[in-house]
Design a protein around this ligand. Structure first.
Ligand code: GS8
Length: 216
């Protein structure tokens, strides 16, 4: 990293998307400042840095913003190439990693949101998504193969919410998908992940308060 490189993350402690950026930066051994955002009264900095989506996370490198978590992780990987690649070199393997990162983005979160509002069939759909990912994982240590990468980051970032999803959907991930449960433990043992993810019980409390307040 150039000596004058300044890295700022516009962040929120419980955000799985923010966690992706923190994990990627930590995998690369980069120092950064995380600035906690108010999701209701958005700061002028957030609105200036992400005027289109007005969402976090935003990575600000020397004043220039990069938006959308999956794009940020790829930017980090393409910018700091000397350590811990997060995508394979081979274009075909890269396309597969991107496919699974995209599947996780498009499917998992939307189905979990349906579970959140008690939509019928949402639990079954979520378990089906988990099983699909578990099938792809197979006997590999990581989704991308032997090394931790983009697709792993995209999924493990949600793992602090799994306890909440299991409670809401009344299922056990380790019973339904034992290999995926082992994969979560493996990923969470990494320093970058352990330092970046919030406590699942804290997330449960946070979401239950939010849900109770919303229904009152
Ligand atoms: C999603 C970011 C997002 O939902 C990404 O970066 O991958 N596709 C984006 N951010 C939320 C906070 S995390 O739950 C957010 O900024 N919400 C405020 C809003 O949407 O107004």
């Amino acid at each position: 990293m150039a000596e004058d490189d300044e890295l700022i993350v516009l962040d929120f402690w419980s955000s799985p998307f923010g966690a992706r950026v923190r994990i990627a930066l930590r995998e690369k051994g980069l120092e950064f400042e995380s600035i906690e955002q108010d999701l209701v009264n958005k700061s002028s900095l957030l609105l200036e840095m992400n005027p289109v989506n007005k969402q976090l996370p935003v990575l600000i490198r020397n004043g220039k913003p990069i938006c959308e978590s999956t794009i940020i992780v790829q930017y980090v990987d393409e910018t700091w190439t000397t350590s811990t690649p997060l995508l394979p070199d081979d274009p075909y393997q890269r396309s597969r990693a991107r496919f699974w990162a995209d599947y996780i983005d498009k499917k998992i979160y939307n189905v979990a949101k349906a579970l959140w509002v008690d939509q019928e069939g949402a639990t079954e759909q979520l378990i089906e998504c988990f099983k699909t990912i578990e099938l792809e994982l197979g006997e590999k240590p990581y989704l991308g193969g032997d090394t931790f990468g983009l697709a792993d980051i995209n999924l493990v970032s949600f793992s602090s919410m799994f306890y909440t999803w299991e409670k809401c959907g009344n299922f056990s991930l380790s019973v339904e998908c034992p290999k995926l449960a082992t994969w979560i433990t493996r990923c969470r043992e990494r320093d970058s992940v352990a330092k970046s993810l919030p406590d699942p019980h804290k997330i449960y409390e946070f979401f239950m308060n939010f849900k109770n307040n919303a229904s009152n």
